[in-house]
Write a protein that binds this ligand. Structure first.
Ligand code: C5P
Length: 246
């Protein structure tokens, strides 16, 4: 993976920056939302809930409608299993995939190699460092040093060493990560809340424009859009905010 592309030709296309988290309980709900937006307005994220409820066909269907699909299944298993899962996910037409950095360099490299080998349209491969729901206490509980920021940096280095395209991180860490790892490292940030919108269960939120200014490439946004009275208006409003100078 010498330089980042979005699997087709040429450099990574950044717009649209918003990846809407399709955290819906059924295929019908997810497709109804997708029917109201366009690939020019947003990318879409299929996570564990929707994948378990609707199956892989939903990824193929969204991709067939022209959407870039981030398949957020956070693979973490032995290298061979993860490599094969990544290859299968790529065949579904996913634009971006992720794996847990805690799987170690051998697993990360196996995932990368599987994607380089077998598919015509290589998805971006992103490492998950520390879940935003994990604080010092949880890290201590599972035997890791109780310092989330240090752990994120350590795992981000691992991801970079293994040649992946970037990481999922909090927008609050994006600034330092951008400085440490340069412009060629994709930063995907959840925990985004426009000002005046409820934080829900997110702890460390940031507004969309602030996240972009910190160096985030793509913003994962769920409830502020999907649960808004008018989801399309909410999405368009955030896209407008992101047009301000960085
Ligand atoms: O609704 P909300 O904007 O909080 O949704 C955020 C999305 O990003 C959810 O799908 C959640 O699973 C995902 N995510 C997250 N924090 C991470 C990784 C993924 O919130 N560290």
């Amino acid at each position: 993976m010498a330089s980042i592309s979005d699997g087709i030709a040429g450099p990574l296309r950044k717009d649209p920056r918003i990846i809407v988290a399709l955290d819906f309980p059924s295929r019908a709900d997810a497709l109804a939302f997708a029917g109201r937006v366009t690939p020019a307005l947003c990318r879409l994220k299929v996570g564990l809930e929707l994948f378990a409820a609707a199956g892989p066909g939903v990824v193929e269907e969204l991709a067939a409608r022209g959407f870039d699909v981030f398949l957020d299944l956070k693979f973490h298993d032995i290298p061979t299993t993860v490599a094969r899962a990544c290859a299968a996910a790529a065949r579904l037409g996913a634009w971006m995939l992720n794996v847990h950095a805690l799987g170690g360099v051998q697993m990360l490299e196996a995932a990368r190699t599987a994607l380089e080998a077998g598919v015509t349209r290589r998805p971006l491969l992103i490492g998950v460092t520390v879940l935003t729901s994990h604080g010092a206490e949880t890290l201590g509980e599972i035997g890791l040093p109780p310092d989330p920021a240090a752990q994120v940096l350590r795992l981000a280095r691992l991801v970079k060493t293994a040649g992946l395209d970037g990481i999922v991180c909090s927008a609050r860490e994006a600034g330092i990560l951008r400085v440490r790892f340069g412009t060629d490292f994709v930063l995907v940030t959840p925990g985004i809340r426009p000002s005046g919108v409820a934080p829900d269960d997110q702890q460390r939120t940031m507004t969309p424009l602030a996240a972009l200014r910190q160096g985030a490439d793509f913003l994962v946004i769920g409830r502020p859009i999907t649960q808004a009275p008018d989801p399309v208006a909410a999405l368009e409003e955030i896209n407008n905010q992101l047009r301000a100078p960085l």
